[in-house]
Write a protein that binds this ligand. Structure first.
Ligand code: SAM
Length: 318
């Protein structure tokens, strides 16, 4: 599989504190000098594109808390050969940023939202931000992005009772609602014992309410989700089954965290560090050649089982 997709984490900071993610109290934040600056991120991204990447997704932490995110999107959009620039966000700051980001050249948005109930939102995220996230979602639907997706991590006895309500959003809005199997990634999420609610259970719940879903052919390079539609719906429904069915064989992505560390696989250690090369003034071709070598070793990290190793989502971005 060619490496064509980079997930680029912009910050370890987040305005939420989700029960399955890196605890805010524990991690402390990286210092200003540890983070790559905008120009460094853009040079690194340019090198990834030279090495074969066609699509970049901005993540975090929460990427929208990064200062002047619109300016950064403009810098990245100017990279020759980059076909698509996307963003994953919790949506809290999206109401005011959706249009400027679209105008700066951002193509797609994924919004992470696990509940439509304010009390459950508080339980999962430690915040009162449900209205802001909803406003962000609505603003992004109006802003003219080529696609808006809603990602829902389904957890037993926490939000599994809402899956039909989420499926309903795919009927009413031109939205791809994707249900993600929860997977423990660190100590905190490992405490959520028994939270796995499988794709099969989620799909059954939805079909009990809305009838059979029709499976759609996978989009070329469409990622790990299996996509369905309910007859007459404006949008689609996707399932990402990282636990019950897993997908190393079709993985075309690499990750770079906000300090310049490159991860060939979500579950691999950081094998390489671009920061020193960037700060040492390495020419673009040297950066690109360095990355091509990393892409070659990616297959070494193919996992033989879907059990997660330890990862901190806040700096790497999932
Ligand atoms: N703040 C941004 C957001 O909310 O989309 C980007 C970073 S967040 C870490 C990326 C995604 O990882 C979110 O959709 C989040 O729900 C997901 N995630 C984090 N920990 C997870 C876990 N243990 N299992 C499944 N998904 C997880």
């Amino acid at each position: 599989m060619e490496v064509e997709y980079l997930r680029l984490s912009l910050t370890d900071r987040c305005n939420l504190n989700c029960i399955y993610c890196t605890p805010r109290e524990k991690s402390g934040y990286l210092g200003h000098d540890d983070l790559l600056r905008h120009e460094e991120l853009a040079r690194a991204a340019g090198a990834f594109v030279r090495a074969g990447v066609k699509k970049i997704r901005l993540t975090g932490g929460e990427p929208l808390v990064r200062k002047n995110i619109v300016g950064l999107v403009k810098l990245l959009r100017a990279i020759p050969g980059l076909q698509e620039l996307a963003l994953t966000t919790n949506g809290l700051l999206l109401k005011d940023l959706a249009v400027p980001l679209r105008e700066a050249g951002l193509n797609r948005v994924n919004i992470s939202l696990d509940t439509l109930n304010p009390a459950t939102f508080k339980l999962i995220t430690g915040s009162e931000g449900l209205d802001a996230a909803w406003d962000g979602l609505m603003a992004s639907l109006k802003a003219g992005f080529s696609e808006v997706k809603l990602n829902v991590v389904v957890m037993k006895n926490i939000n599994d009772s809402e899956v039909a309500e989420f499926a309903r959003l795919s009927i009413d809005f031109p939205l791809t609602v994707r249900f993600i199997e929860f997977f423990p990634t660190n100590e905190r999420s490992a405490n959520l014992k028994g939270a796995l609610f499988t794709t099969a259970e989620t799909k059954k719940r939805i079909e009990e309410v809305y009838g059979p879903l029709e499976e759609l052919p996978p989009a070329p390079a469409g990622g790990p989700a299996r996509i369905y539609r309910r007859r007459g719906a404006k949008g689609k429904i996707g399932f990402i089954s990282g636990r019950s069915g897993y997908f190393c064989g079709s993985c075309n992505r690499v990750r770079m965290d906000c300090t310049g560390k490159v991860y060939p696989c979500l579950f691999s250690p950081a094998t390489h560090d671009l920061k020193e090369l960037l700060r040492g003034g390495a020419p673009d071709e040297v950066l690109a050649d360095y990355l091509k070598k990393i892409f070659l070793v990616k297959s070494k990290y193919r996992k033989d089982s879907p059990t997660a190793g330890h990862i901190e989502m806040s700096s790497l971005g999932g």
